[in-house]
Design a protein around this ligand. Structure first.
Ligand code: ATP
Length: 513
């Protein structure tokens, strides 16, 4: 199946089973805004818990906060967001569609890459067994010609982006003869900067309302609380502050489902360090974050780092953790060495000292910051994409299942009485009432056991148990494991031990230590 089709299936699976709904759906939705349904919210909460606990339980020098979404507007001036949190946009006059100029050019670069792959495929077909791919790529005239064009475009693009040269970007679009995917024409407007922050007003107009921004990142809430936390928590450098919360960006082009949303959630941790040690900590957090991702068992080959060539003005190192989505390797998390930019800017704009006094050296300094910043929704999407499977069974049927890591699964155990009589539902309820204190259970008595298994495979429930007539005599149930479909007879009293060990977040966390 083409990857595009797989992705479409994942999106409809998310809706069909109550993971993700388009927001305001009965009013035909709202662009790039989504709601999480009854199962989605559980999965999302589990992801957040895994992150929160890995930060605040496993690191004694990391504490959390929960800062307000509304903040003093000067914060966004100080952070640079008012002046520089922009994307270059361009409109097509015929289709009236708006695009990000940088994305149009990136897509054009990707087209050159596709052309290379087509040439390679042609070569493979022509030369059959004797085909030497590496040699073909290095010597084939047509391939070299396309690569040269691609590299020249890439260099021009990087230069224009680095210089924020809007005319330069437009000229590239003209020279490359890029057409609007909708109208097919080249009738473009000039490129303009578009600020991604949402604005609203606080206070009534009579009292003099002030412009307030919906935060485009949670990080600034941490920076402006640095002194509060450091002093009241008597924190010693190095230490970190973690926060999970909503962020808002008026993305010009929202694409790929919950990959790029206008309202989303971030999990950010700012780690304050002594100047000069930041690059060591940057390496530490890169490795630590990669270990967190890989502990989920999705395979190391599905992750890679993408080190930034173009650094934001405040950063001295930056790298993304990318995950293999059905639409290619994509950023899920960013790790940035932000220097002392944010704290110094806030000190300048608020007129107060924001420093750390080192009791060992009797020196004061503005701490440097290494940040880890991950989107909950992108993480959710990567978990869904990796877990979705249509498995061909030996009997010729297919089953749709979500191979979710047990610790993230919305429901941990499904409890089925074999029939709706003979005291089996009562026994099943008794077991449920005992286990629901420890993990999320679901009770189902409708349809055949086979159908009930399929329903729970489709939502990723790692374990199902069936209560049958023998249960009333021997106090044993049949436990069935989602991935292997293996069934085993176990004692009711052993259930909690068997399941809890596999489904608890603690088990995941232990892999990190
Ligand atoms: P992109 O280049 O994809 O726009 P970014 O580099 O602007 O992302 P950051 O500002 O580093 O992203 O934000 C940190 C994380 O927040 C990202 O790695 C991503 O997981 C998440 N994120 C950012 N923008 C969005 C969005 N519009 N929708 C969902 N998640 C987002």
């Amino acid at each position: 199946m083409a990857q595009e089709d797989v992705f479409k299936k994942i999106v409809s699976h998310c809706k069909e089973y109550g993971f993700v709904f388009p927001s305001s759906e009965i009013y035909d939705g709202l662009g790039a805004v989504y709601d999480y349904g009854q199962l989605g919210v559980e999965l999302k909460n589990n992801i957040k818990q895994y992150w929160w606990q890995s930060m605040t339980l496993l690191n004694e020098n990391i504490v959390g906060i929960d800062s307000a979404i509304f903040m003093h507007p000067t914060i966004w001036k100080a952070s640079g967001h008012v002046d520089a949190f922009n994307d270059p946009l361009i409109d097509n006059r015929d289709s009236k569609k708006r695009y990000r100029a940088d994305v149009l050019i990136e897509d054009q670069i990707a087209k050159y890459d596709e052309k290379v792959e087509k040439e390679v495929a042609k070569g493979r077909k022509r030369f059959k067994e004797s085909f030497d791919e590496a040699q073909f790529r290095a010597t084939n005239g047509r391939v070299l010609e396309i690569i040269a064009k691609r590299d020249a475009l890439h260099a021009r693009f990087a230069e224009a982006m680095n210089a924020s040269d809007l005319d330069g970007l437009k000229q590239i679009i003209v020279d490359e003869e890029i057409v609007c995917p909708i109208s097919g024409t080249r009738n473009w407007t000039d490129v303009r900067q578009f600020n991604l922050m949402f604005k609203t007003e606080m206070g009534s107009t009579n009292e003099g309302a002030s412009t307030i921004y919906l935060r485009p990142e949670t990080a600034q809430g941490i920076f402006v609380n640095y002194l509060n936390v450091q002093k009241t928590g008597r924190m010693k450098i190095p230490f970190g502050i973690a926060q999970i919360g909503k962020a808002f960006r008026n993305e010009i082009v929202a694409r790929q489902f919950i990959f790029r949303m206008r309202e989303f959630e971030q999990m950010e941790m700012q780690f304050f360090v002594k100047p000069g040690t930041e690059l060591q900590w940057f390496e530490h957090w890169k490795n630590s974050r990669m270990a967190w991702h890989q502990a989920l068992g999705f395979g190391a080959e599905n992750y890679r780092f993408h080190d930034h060539e173009k650094l934001a003005h405040y950063a001295n190192a930056a790298s993304d953790v990318e995950f293999r989505m059905p639409f290619g390797f994509k950023e899920v998390e960013g790790i940035h060495s932000r220097t002392n930019f944010d704290l110094s800017q806030h000190a300048k704009f608020c007129g107060k000292k924001i420093e750390y006094f080192d009791p060992e050296t009797n020196e004061s300094y503005t701490p440097y910051v290494v940040e880890t910043s991950i989107g909950v929704d992108r993480m959710f999407l990567s978990v869904m994409c990796h877990s979705y499977e249509e498995e061909a069974l030996e009997n010729g049927e297919t089953r749709t299942l979500l191979r979710l890591p047990a610790a993230l699964a919305p429901v941990k155990l499904a409890i089925f009485p074999l029939v709706k009589k003979d005291g089996l539902p009562e026994k099943a309820r008794e077991i449920m009432h005992d286990l629901q204190f420890h993990f999320k259970c679901a009770y189902e008595e409708k349809d055949s056991i086979g159908k009930r298994y399929r329903r729970h495979d489709a939502i990723g429930t790692p374990f199902c148990i069936t209560i049958d007539h023998d249960t009333l005599k021997d106090n044993c149930v049949t436990i069935r494991e989602r991935d292997t479909m293996r069934q085993e007879r176990v004692k009711i009293e052993d259930l909690r031990g068997i399941i809890e060990e596999k489904v608890s977040i603690t088990t995941l966390l232990k892999k990190l230590k």
